[in-house]
Ligand binder design. Structure first.
Ligand code: ADP
Length: 590
């Protein structure tokens, strides 16, 4: 353990000397107040320390002590439902201890040391085990059963294991290793946050993380274990999108990292999230959520820690075989923290003052996403999908953080202030968004939902693109100049937008759409278009096709509950062909 003294304090950066024996990324305690910091640079015996607490009042000569261990998180029962700050201090426990504002240097363990958890073994003495093997379970909340895994680095034979009530630090099992050592396994393990947790194999992103949000699943799907970015101009519905994903995405566990700017932004999250109901269980969404929140009294440097803390916790649940969704809001704030620290370290600045390593830092973070075969002999699969929000100043994504992010992520949901203004929600712009997973997931959609899923999707996208081109023409020469087939195209596109893409997050039925229903909806919209094109050929006028009564019913299909969609679909198709036949007949009678 290395002890030094403060040489200089510059905001969240403390330079200490006498730190020759310390290591990069070691956690240090700074000054008599024992503030928590992390070594981010070492030159000779001088260490640059990023301090995660307010440094005002600190001065040269005060002691600095390295703990000799890298910044780590505690993993085990007690994580779920918890709200942590960036360095995994449980906010509620702290408030209970010292009141509303965070006193500096307080030490509260991340996982409750007194609470007992009921451990149920799934293996028995004599079984051989290695890292990642599940030895038993703990029912953590009504919704989440934690799998207790053999920690990394342990291989051997279970010498003892017993059902019972344990705190997180009591041994639930003992493993006899090959060298004859006894290693205790506790409910809690630790992991250094800057190192990705190991797995056996990364799998290809060939299946979607179904979200029940039509514009996402159909047009811009994210893969299980995929990475997506969403920019959020103010009022464009970013919060609603995130809440919808947290509620409905096929994820067992949600990890939400809030790197808010202002204190109250974060308080919103702290108030809103626990209010959300989990539609699958009817209980609070918090029963499968871990929240990481930077409170306003923490310096910006803590945002950096919160990103790593969050993703490490998420990986831990992935390792149990869960599907985990992590949301980071917003990565731009984290990048700003990197910029500030880089400036103080007097590094050579890159674009707009961001450090040259901005891109590689972001990449390292997103790379920790993935669908993997975990450690452990049962060959289980887990996934960690990451959705990062970016908040470009003025909504202009040509700035460095957005650009660096776009080079990494495979999905971009382009939230559009203009669409939000027109009350088209979710305001995801279908012309500027993209998903690079579409091709790798095509086979899954075609075999798991319907063989012509991709073909329908392609036609929908095509009509939307045609619409944007036709819109340009209409702007120049007016609607009257359009041919009848082109007018029908515009009508079909309008139907796609209004009847399909538009989705009301607050409507009981519309809030979630199964893939089966999304498929039927695509079919209906296209069935109208195809029948109308036929009608036009047999001489029916555009005006009467546009005004067909059945269109109203197609528009209301999204509100039809699951068990009725089959019957309603058949009826609409019948009504559609009757109405077209009727129009054609009238035409002949003239
Ligand atoms: P932001 O977080 O981007 O500032 P919000 O997510 O709070 O914006 O959305 C602003 C408002 O837009 C919401 O209060 C809501 O009325 C409306 N809205 C956003 N998304 C939807 C949606 N999918 N369905 C219905 N209304 C929505």
């Amino acid at each position: 353990m290395s002890k030094g003294t403060i040489k200089k304090v510059a905001g969240p950066l403390v330079i200490a000397e006498g730190m020759r024996d310390a290591n990069m990324f070691d956690v240090v305690r700074v000054s008599e107040q024992r503030l928590i910091g992390e070594i981010i640079e070492i030159h000779g015996d001088q260490a640059s320390i990023q301090v995660y607490e307010e440094t005002s009042g600190l001065g040269p000569g005060e002691p600095v002590e390295s703990t000799g261990v890298p910044m780590s998180v505690e993993l085990g029962p007690g994580l779920i439902s918890n709200i942590y700050d960036g360095i995994q201090r449980p906010l509620e426990a702290i408030m209970a201890k010292i009141g509303n504002s965070l006193a500096r240097g307080v030490e509260v363990p991340s996982l409750d040391r007194e609470k007992k958890w009921h451990f149920v073994p799934v293996l028995k003495a004599g079984d051989s085990v290695s890292a990642g093997d599940i030895i038993g379970t703990v029912q953590e909340t009504d919704v989440v059963t934690q799998k207790i895994m053999v920690p990394f680095g342990i291989v051997g034979e279970l010498k003892s294991i017993a059902e019972g009530d344990y705190t997180v630090t009591e041994a639930v099992a003992v493993v006899k290793t090959a060298d004859g050592d006894d290693r205790e396994v506790t409910l809690m393990q630790k992991w250094p946050v800057r190192r990705g947790r190991p797995y056996k194999q990364k799998l290809s992103p060939d299946r979607p993380l179904v979200t029940g949000q039509r514009v996402i699943d159909t047009l811009f799907p994210i893969a299980k274990g995929g990475v997506a970015a969403v920019p959020g101009p103010f009022g464009s519905g970013k919060t609603v999108v995130q809440h919808q994903l947290a509620k409905w995405a096929e994820a067992d566990i949600v990890v939400y990292i809030g790197c808010g700017e202002r204190g109250n932004e974060m308080t919103d999250v702290l108030n809103e999230f626990p209010e959300l109901k989990d539609p699958k269980t009817g209980r609070s969404l918090m029963e499968r959520t871990v929240l990481i929140a930077n409170t306003s009294d923490m310096p910006v440097a803590a945002r950096e820690a919160s990103i790593y803390t969050g993703i490490t916790i998420a990986e831990y649940f992935r390792d149990m075989g869960f599907s985990v969704a992590l949301m980071a809001d917003s990565t731009s704030r984290w990048a700003e923290a990197l910029r500030e620290m880089s400036g103080r370290l007097e590094e050579m600045p890159g674009e707009e003052g961001y450090p040259a390593y901005l891109g590689s830092r972001l990449a390292q973070f997103y790379e920790r996403a993935g669908r993997v075969v975990t450690l452990g002999s049962d060959g289980r699969e887990g996934s960690l999908s990451v959705i990062g929000a970016v908040s470009p100043p003025g909504g202009d994504i040509s700035e460095p953080v957005s650009q660096a992010t776009l080079r990494i992520v495979k999905v971009f949901w382009s939230l559009d202030a203009q669409l939000a203004y027109q009350r088209h929600f979710p305001a995801i712009n279908w012309l500027t968004s993209y998903s690079l997973y579409v091709d790798t997931m095509a086979k899954w959609f075609n075999t798991s939902v319907h063989e012509d899923w991709m073909a329908l999707r392609q036609r929908i996208m095509g009509l939307l693109q045609d619409e944007s081109e036709l819109d340009e023409i209409v702007k120049l020469v007016g609607m009257d100049a359009l041919s009848a087939p082109d007018r029908l195209k515009l009508e079909a596109a309008r139907s796609i937008r209004e009847d399909f893409l538009h989705q009301d997050a607050f409507h009981e039925v519309d809030t979630f759409t199964s893939l089966e229903k999304q498929y039927k909806m695509m079919q209906l919209v296209l069935a109208f278009y195809d029948s109308a094109v036929e009608g036009l050929r047999s001489g029916v006028s555009v005006d009467s096709l546009v005004k067909m009564a059945v269109r109203e019913r197609i528009g209301r299909f999204k509100y039809i509950p699951g068990e009725q969609i089959g019957a309603e679909y058949e009826e609409i198709i019948k009504a559609l062909s009757n109405e077209i036949a009727e129009l054609a007949k009238q035409k002949e009678e003239f």
